[in-house]
Structure formats: C-alpha cells, structure tokens
Design a protein. Structure first.
Length: 284
C-alpha cells in the first residue's frame, strides 16, 4: 500500500498521464476527417502536380509541372535549364498546367523562364493559386502545439508535486528519514521523466502522414521519370535562385594627413617634404 508521500508522487504522475490522454483523445477526434481524406487519396488518383505540392510545396509542384509540360512537348529546356515555349504540343486540360503554359508562351521571344521564377514571381501567381486551390485540404505537418502543451504540463505537475509534498510535510518517498528538502530532487526527477514522455509528441513541422508521403513521392517520381535523366538534371539546374554576389570591398585610402593624428591639414598632392623636389621648396 502506498504511503502518503508515495501517494503524492503517484497522484501527480497520474494527473500528467490524464493530461496526455485527454490531449490524445482530442487530437484523435479532431483528425478523424483528415484521416478519411488521406485514406481516399492513397487509394484514389491524385494528379502528380498536386501530389508534389503535398510533398514539398510550390517548389516541388513547379518542377513536376515543368517536367509534364516538357514531356507533352509544350516546353523545351536549354542546356543551362532555361525554359521556352514550343508554341505547340499537347493541349493541357489541367487548369494549373494550362495557366503555366500560357504564361510562358506569352513571354517575349528573347526572354526565357527559369524554374525558380515560377515559385515566387508575380506573373506565375495564377499557377500557384490553382495548385493550392485544387490540392486536397490536408495538413501535412504537425503544429507542435501538443508538444508545447505537454512540456508545460510536465513542468506544472513537477512543481505541484514538490509544493504538495513540502506543504503537507510528508516524508520523502522511499527514504522517509531524509530531510524534506530532498522533495526538490524528487520533483526534479519526476519532471525529467515526464519531460521525456512529453517529447514523444510531434514537434513543429514533423510530417504527419507517412503513408501519404510515400504515395505522393511515388506519384512525383513516376511523373518525372518519363523524361531522360539529362533533361531532368537540366531542369533542376535552376531549382534555387542564385545568391547575389557579395558587395565589392571598399578601397582603403592609405594617404594620411596630419589631421589624422591631430596635426594641421596638409595637401597630399603637394611635395609634402623638401626631399620631393630636391630641397627647392625650402627657399620659396
């Protein structure tokens, strides 16, 4: 049978367990609709561009869309990764692909498009809007809120345990002859145990649906694999926007005047000393 001190420890550990259980039940019922959508997507037919968007956002969706348009003969890619319209190719029925093809086709003949421009430039906003609009409403990453709440609960219950034991003047668990100050170490040990358990909750940006990630990855790879490896590598050359060159270092003026050291200012363009003109300036 538990003593009073051991009962205090058990009580606060139970409170922490109840907090975790309630949070888990809330998340389970909250995500029931999301789980149903995920199950339908895995067994259904998801367009590769939308699958890429779920997998890695707009950047992945843009790369897959370019691969599809190149395979359909709508776009051509140069040796350095620039994209141009062929003004022919298969007609696109997917709204996002059609918007992207029309925007690149409207580009002037002497200009090209790079992959990173599709991700953030204003002229491709229609493509990005259509990809986001038509993609399934599934939250792919965790918010980290549950982790934060349970970490806070672990601190609160450990503090409550120590305060409870001290105010109740209960003996220290398992070592009743010890000084009651040892309750601080007991509550600290309980906090470490609870902290480790709380860290099992998903952190910020952790992927939530492994089965959907696998499915989207397969769909994305299948859509890109229709192109030769060399073509895919040329497209990927412009995946990231190049960083601007660092600013040129400013040249230092090594000419010093007397004013630099607190003396009178002299003209650095003059002789500066009699040795510069053979001593002639001394007689002037």
């Amino acid at each position: 049978m538990l003593t009073d001190s051991e009962g205090i420890v058990a009580c606060w550990l139970l409170i922490f367990a109840v907090c975790n259980g309630l949070r888990g039940a809330y998340c389970w019922f909250r995500d029931s609709g999301q789980r149903q959508i995920v199950d339908e997507l895995v067994v259904g037919d998801l367009h590769p561009v939308r699958a890429s968007y779920l997998l890695g956002g707009t950047a992945e969706a843009a790369e897959t869309a370019v691969c599809v348009l190149v395979d359909d003969g709508v776009l051509k890619v140069s040796s350095t990764g620039e994209l141009r319209s062929t003004h022919r190719g298969r007609k696109q029925t997917e709204p996002a692909l059609r918007a992207l093809a029309e925007e690149i086709r409207s580009t002037s003949a002497d200009a090209t498009t790079k992959l990173y421009e599709i991700v953030d430039e204003a002229r491709f906003a229609r493509f990005r809007e259509l990809v986001e609009r038509d993609s399934p409403a599934v939250r792919m990453t965790a918010s980290g809120r549950s982790l934060t709440l349970m970490l806070a609960a672990s601190m609160a219950t450990a503090f409550g345990m120590g305060m409870h034991g001290g105010l109740a003047e209960a003996p220290v668990p398992f070592v009743p002859e010890a000084d009651r100050v040892v309750w601080l170490y007991v509550s600290g040990a309980a906090w470490m145990v609870q902290w480790g358990a709380a860290c099992l909750w998903p952190s910020d940006k952790r992927r939530r649906w492994k089965v959907l990630d696998t499915y989207c990855r397969d769909e994305t790879e299948f859509a890109r694999a229709v192109l030769p490896d060399g073509t895919r590598q040329r497209i990927a050359l412009n995946r990231e926007r190049p960083k601007p060159p660092p600013p040129a270092p400013r040249a230092r003026n090594r000419a010093r005047t007397w004013s630099d050291t607190g003396g009178d200012t002299v003209d650095v363009d003059s002789c500066g000393s009699c040795g510069g003109c053979g001593g002639g300036c001394g007689g002037e």
